[in-house]
Design a protein around this ligand. Structure first.
Ligand SMILES: Cc1cc2nc3c(=O)[nH]c(=O)nc-3n(C[C@H](O)[C@H](O)[C@H](O)COP(=O)(O)OP(=O)(O)OC[C@H]3O[C@@H](n4cnc5c(N)ncnc54)[C@H](O)[C@@H]3O)c2cc1C
Length: 452
């Protein structure tokens, strides 16, 4: 399997994921412009055809009159955007709000919250404007306390949301979770009224159609294999032709190979996230496990996210594998299955019909970025959503478009526009991650023991 720390680019032998979304939406993708054919000069090239790249292409064409050329290594939205857990939330990165306030102050935290809120509104607007049929579900997100003592921290989080961020999150008592979330890990929850699930591949395909409809070109099976800087002009080499661009947007996020561009290397850690989707549950199983169809995630250090799909299957995701070579080992699928059944004993023995994974991008500060790459000419990039990027990536795409069109992106959430730090000891990244996982697992196990 493609591993950004090992391979130079996603090549044509990389298979499509065994995803439920691909089964629902069908293997036939919307029309595109095929592989690059020969050599061409363009104004703006975008590397990566996921939400970030497609949203940038759409905004460039629609709002700035620039018809960009997207270069996607495989098929459109082949990366995270076509295979994610399907939650569009007010989220981006993985820093708890309390830590964000402590590190950057309340004003910056509020500004960031507003950015993320805008991102979710942008997604709502695009679905409506583009009449994107992506099975959008009603709003509502539960962060569910896995262990009893976690309820207290959710109450504190509720207060922070209400008083610092001015947002009406509310704590739900364990007893009030009955009929919403069953099982032994229902120990209270924080309810966030905004956020919904959808078919993520259908959303990406909708963006693709809109971008192309406004004049963007989308070349699939066109991996950038070499990037040559010709003094202000960027020569992007693909197997079937070369694109010379004045400006480049890099939208490869967790799929960014360390070899794509020296200035981008080691600024994100690609982290593998995996999902299983079960066979349909019976009505009795639904009632005894997850009656609600809203977005759910838990309070473990290595958290799990899950939802009941409209056809009563359980979608259950989390992190386990470290390297691409190891990601298809059956123990990772079993790890998810065991966690799901621990949470919902009523579905023990249920079959798994889909299992897939993808690379999310985590920065050293676990926050996203959107900046002009210093010392690289007109090169702009965004990413680092840490597995919480459905709405954030679409929002950042619009900001990248603005920057590439020559307008500054001004935000009080200043970390967003700063270049993320490089990971030190890049060759030992996987070892560091393995150690971090061991530590987090141990922490979760200690909590489980304490909770009895
Ligand atoms: C299993 C999983 C579950 C997730 N669940 C959620 C969720 O529920 N909610 C949420 O908010 N977020 C979730 N995410 C994260 C979310 O999907 C991403 O943050 C978002 O899709 C990022 O979009 P992107 O366009 O930046 O990157 P991607 O969609 O990953 O697109 C990057 C693209 O770049 C291409 N590429 C790479 N190198 C090259 C090259 N050299 N030349 C050309 N193209 C190249 C790749 O082929 C890829 O298609 C999840 C991710 C995964 C993997």
């Amino acid at each position: 399997m493609y591993d950004p720390l090992v391979h130079p680019f996603p090549d044509q032998n990389q298979p499509d994921p065994d995803s439920y979304w691909l089964k629902l939406s069908g293997a036939v993708a919307p029309d595109d412009d095929g592989p690059v054919a020969g050599d061409a000069d363009v104004d703006v090239a975008i590397i990566g055809g996921g939400y970030t790249g497609l949203s940038a292409a759409l905004a460039l064409a629609r709002d700035h009159g620039i018809k960009a050329t997207v270069l996607e290594a495989r098929s459109s939205s082949w990366g995270c955007s076509g295979r994610n857990g399907s939650f569009a939330r007010i989220s981006g990165g993985r820093v708890p709000w309390s830590r964000l306030v402590k590190t950057y102050g309340a004003d910056v935290a509020r500004a960031y919250f507003q950015e993320l809120r805008q991102g979710l509104d942008t997604v709502r607007g695009l679905i409506a404007d583009g009449e994107i049929e992506c099975a959008k579900q009603p709003d509502g997100v539960y962060k569910v306390a896995t262990f009893g003592p976690h309820a207290d921290s959710l109450r504190r989080e509720e207060e922070l949301y209400n008083t610092v961020l001015g947002y009406p999150a509310r704590y739900v008592e364990a007893s009030d979770l009955r009929g919403i979330h069953e099982g032994p890990e229902s120990n209270g929850a924080l309810y966030l009224p905004d956020g919904f699930s959808l078919n993520p591949l259908a959303l990406a395909r909708g963006l693709h159609r809109m971008a192309r409809g406004h004049g963007a070109r989308i070349h699939t099976n066109s991996p950038v294999t070499q990037w040559i800087d010709e003094g202000g002009v960027h020569r992007l080499v693909t197997p079937t032709g070369t694109i010379r661009a004045r400006r480049v947007i890099v939208a490869t996020n967790g799929y960014t190979s360390s070899r794509l561009h020296p200035r981008l290397a080691a600024r994100v850690l690609p982290v593998h996230s995996q999902i299983i989707v079960t066979a349909p549950m019976s009505d009795a199983q639904v009632a005894a496990s997850l009656p609600s169809g809203k977005c759910m995630f838990d309070t473990r250090e290595l958290l799990f996210y899950y939802r009941r799909l409209p056809d009563n299957r359980m979608l259950f995701g989390g992190r386990s594998a470290i390297s691409g070579a190891d990601a298809s080992a059956p123990r990772h699928r079993q790890y998810l299955y065991d966690a799901m059944v621990r949470k919902f004993p009523a579905i023990g023995g249920i079959g798994v019909e889909h299992w897939w994974g993808g690379w999310v991008a985590v920065t050293r500060n676990s926050l996203p970025f959107c900046y002009k790459v210093p010392g690289a000419g007109d090169v702009f990039t965004a990413g680092g959503y840490a597995g919480s990027g459905v709405s954030c990536s679409i929002h950042m795409g619009t900001k990248l478009a603005m920057m590439a069109a020559g307008r500054p992106y001004e935000t009080a959430a200043s970390f967003l526009t700063s270049q993320p730090g490089r990971y030190p000891f890049a060759s030992f990244l996987r070892l560091g991650q393995w150690m971090a996982y061991r530590w987090l697992h141990a922490k979760d196990a200690r909590e489980a023991k304490r909770a009895g």
